[in-house]
Design a protein around this ligand. Structure first.
Ligand code: AMP
Ligand code: ZN
Length: 112
């Protein structure tokens, strides 16, 4: 498997894991764009939101709940959840991931 995030799941490459259960793993982004920048991924290899199927609908809901749980545990006052889809959507790694960002109160308007 060439997927870098599958390698993180399999502990073949190191990461700073902040949460893990049977279905998800969350780890610190290696190139953080905010004071808090965590990636949350399903252990099931789904290439992108474009590849989500109806059988994945519970998994997709649980992905949001994992983000909420991490945010609560870290006492984040607020956060941004972001999913890039496809190369034109800014997606560089073809394993579905939810960006959890916090510490953005200095931003003055809608920022991406
Ligand atoms: P995206 O542009 O949505 O595909 O986001 C990919 C993210 O993965 C970027 O923010 C990268 O900094 C991050 N990233 C790439 N390789 C690693 C890695 N080995 N460990 C942690 N984060 C990574
Ligand atoms: Zn993968």
């Amino acid at each position: 498997m060439e997927c870098i995030f599958c390698k993180i799941i399999n502990k073949e490459i190191p990461s700073e894991i902040v949460f893990e259960d049977d279905e998800f793993i969350a780890f610190k982004d290696v190139n953080p764009q905010a004071p808090v920048h965590i990636l949350i991924i399903p252990k099931k290899h789904i290439s992108s939101v474009n590849h989500v199927e109806i059988e994945d609908k519970t998994l997709m809901g649980e992905l949001i709940l994992v983000a909420q749980k991490i945010a609560r545990e870290k006492n984040l006052a607020g956060y941004k959840l972001l999913i890039n889809v496809g190369r034109e959507g800014g997606q560089l790694i073809n394993h579905l991931h939810l960006h959890l960002l916090s510490g953005l109160s200095h931003l003055k308007s809608l920022n991406i």
